[in-house]
Write a protein that binds this ligand. Structure first.
Ligand code: UDX
Length: 449
């Protein structure tokens, strides 16, 4: 074990919450296996070093102005990051390589960064890739060109219900929706796939029992080493990578609620809703008659809707059996015995965290991989229900009651419990993720690249 302290890994997360969390969790997993960890990071959304005192953190500077960094067009922002970070990243990596600290054994960069491919080669550093989303959605992204050629993309409203036989059971409406300039998006996706193909290996936050078909197709399509070692956050205790302060008062509130009675509502770190959707969510929660814990992130509601303007019966429900926070300690919330359902946007982290705790989901995907994840949750793993046709308070209340109290939700609850077991057993000695992690550690230490 200790001999690996002589082996330093340089990790480079994409600076968004849904990417920082899994990268820091991976860092912790590899640190627990004896590797030294250096995290290179941008100024944008820089992680808090005090939460991870055993890692070295080094800023590369990203040269982004404030207005550029706060742009809501993610395609443009990722393109800018790729343009601006390349030179400072190369300089920093070279400094790391020539520093008297332990030698850099491997660079692990987020799949959406394109420049580490050339930089690592020039610096003579072996490079692996972390893709923070699932294996299934990765295959869909890899198939974007084909999907365009066959006319599924861009999505036409008249074809939403058409099946996409290339990726069953997806329908056209389940294909990733990403706003931004198509040429820039194609470039990002193309670079991601090419960067994975000629890397020294792909690390995924997933597990065999969950995504076996996609994993085996990935392995067939590209003969690179694939390491599904998730769920990362269950591999051992890890510190929070939250960019916002976690409001822990919701845990003591949950302590007072009955087992499996609460619906937890959170749409991740990027998605937002408009004013009328916000009202429907509130009224659906009130109509469900169930206790609710609702994360309303600053900036996540566009429009002028305010809680105080909602009808009195919502405010009464909030006082009687509701709790609102700006940001929650989500792992702890999902693991709490009082939480019986998760109304989610199906970002990959949230989806996997819910599966790991056996919490059935109400799916409300917003963009990117979320639609793919949501379809698999409802139709393949059958651990949740999809809020398909827009936000409507009656349907919301029905979905919540189905998952929390009605007999009709029993099968979904049982399937969720089954997947919780699978997610836990894959991490035990001899389990698929445990073995894959052994393979990854040996792969990093092996001399061939
Ligand atoms: C983004 C994309 O939207 C998502 O589709 C992609 O798969 C990853 O990048 P995000 O929208 O933030 O991520 O969602 P998600 O992947 O679920 O990540 C959010 C993270 O924030 C989770 O790890 C979750 O535990 C954490 N979180 C969320 C909190 O800790 N507290 C909260 O209140 C809400």
């Amino acid at each position: 074990m200790n001999q690996r302290n002589n082996h330093r890994l340089v990790l480079f997360p994409l600076p968004f919450q849904g990417h920082i969390n899994p990268m820091l969790q991976l860092a912790q997993i590899l640190h627990d296996r004896g590797f030294s960890i250096t995290v290179l990071h941008t100024d944008l959304n820089s992680p808090d070093p005090s939460s991870h005192p055993h890692f070295a953190f080094r800023s590369i500077g990203d040269g982004l102005g404030q207005s550029e960094a706060s742009a809501s067009d993610l395609v443009r922002l990722i393109t800018l990051l790729n343009a601006r970070c390349a030179a400072p990243f190369e300089e920093r990596l070279r400094e790391e390589v020539s520093s008297p600290d332990a030698p850099v054994t491997c660079l692990i960069a987020d799949a959406l960064f394109s420049f580490p491919r050339d930089v690592a080669e020039r610096a003579g550093v072996r490079r692996m890739v972390l893709r923070t989303g699932g294996a299934t959605s990765l295959r869909v992204f890899a198939g974007f060109r084909l999907l365009r050629e066959r006319g599924y993309l861009p999505i036409e409203e008249s074809r939403l219900e058409d099946p996409v036989p290339e990726f069953p059971p997806l329908r056209v409406k389940d294909l990733p929706r990403i706003t931004g300039e198509p040429e820039l998006l194609d470039r990002i996706l193309n670079d991601m796939i090419e960067g994975i193909k000629d890397s020294s290996g792909l690390i995924l936050n997933t597990f065999e029992d969950l995504e076996q078909p996609a994993l085996s197709l990935l392995r067939q399509e590209d003969p690179i080493a694939v390491f599904p070692i998730g769920p990362f956050h269950k591999c051992g205790p890890s510190s929070s990578g939250s960019l916002l302060a976690e409001d822990r008062s919701c845990i003591s509130w949950l302590d007072k609620q009955a087992p499996n009675s609460v619906v937890y509502v959170s749409f991740g770190s990027i998605a937002s809703v408009n004013g009328s959707e916000f009202s429907e969510i509130a009224l659906g929660l009130a109509d469900s008659q169930q206790p609710f814990l609702w994360v309303i992130r600053p900036g996540s509601v566009s429009g002028s809707e305010l809680l105080e303007n909602l009808p009195g019966y919502f405010l009464e429900a909030l006082e009687e059996r509701g709790k609102i926070v700006k940001w929650a300690p989500q792992h702890e919330v999902l693991a709490h015995r009082a939480v019986g359902a998760f109304w989610t946007h199906n970002g990959w982290n949230s989806t996997l965290e819910s599966i790991s705790e056996g919490v059935p989901m109400i799916c409300m995907p917003c963009f990117s991989d979320q639609t793919v994840n949501a379809r698999f949750v409802s139709d393949v793993w059958r651990v949740g229900v999809n809020l398909n046709n827009g936000l409507e308070r009656r349907k919301i209340a029905e979905a919540i009651r189905k998952l929390l109290v009605e007999k009709e939700g029993e099968e979904v609850r049982e399937r969720a419990a089954l997947f919780k077991e699978k997610a836990s057993s894959c991490l035990m000695q001899g389990g698929s993720s445990f073995q894959s992690l052994d393979g990854l550690a040996n792969h990093i230490l092996s001399s061939e690249s």
